[in-house]
Design a protein around this ligand. Structure first.
Ligand SMILES: [Zn+2]
Length: 144
């Protein structure tokens, strides 16, 4: 048996058991398991996954987990968030005019789409959750 550490990002968390969402967790994998097998075994349809990082490197679904020692990160390209990053409640679209006063000046000028959480009243825009993802993608695809 090999033990890999998994972390799923963005909407992929919706497929996981609540205690595994948005955090790292360890999972035993069969010796011959591929990344695809493990993703499906954890309840995530592999067709939903757009990017797999193993120890910081992008890999394919056929990658055998026996080569993995540290960490398996599964990511999806950046999209406006659908769940609150703070309390995990569903977010709804909101007009820019209604949140204008809550926005930092740099955001006011650069962003047009916003979502808000009815529980904690936080406002999100694409850049507020996508910063980490974008840095990750820039690192992988410097020419993209
Ligand atoms: Zn919230």
């Amino acid at each position: 048996m090999t033990v890999a550490t998994f972390r799923f990002y963005e909407e992929l968390n919706d497929f996981l058991a609540p205690e595994r969402r948005k955090r790292e967790f360890r999972c035993a994998c069969a010796r011959a398991a591929t990344t695809k097998h493990m993703i499906e075994a954890l309840g995530v349809p592999h067709t939903e996954v757009e990017l797999i990082l193993v120890n910081g490197e992008s890999v394919g679904f056929d990658r055998l987990l026996r080569e993995i020692f540290e960490r398996l990160d599964l990511a999806r390209s950046a999209r406006p968030p659908t769940l609150c990053l703070h309390c995990n409640a569903p977010l709804r679209d909101i007009d820019k005019a209604q949140v204008l006063e809550q926005l930092p000046p740099s955001v006011r000028n650069r962003h047009g789409r916003f979502t808000t959480c009815d529980v904690c009243r936080r406002v999100f825009w694409e850049g507020s959750h996508g910063r980490h993802m974008r840095a990750l993608l820039d690192e992988l695809m410097p020419d993209g």
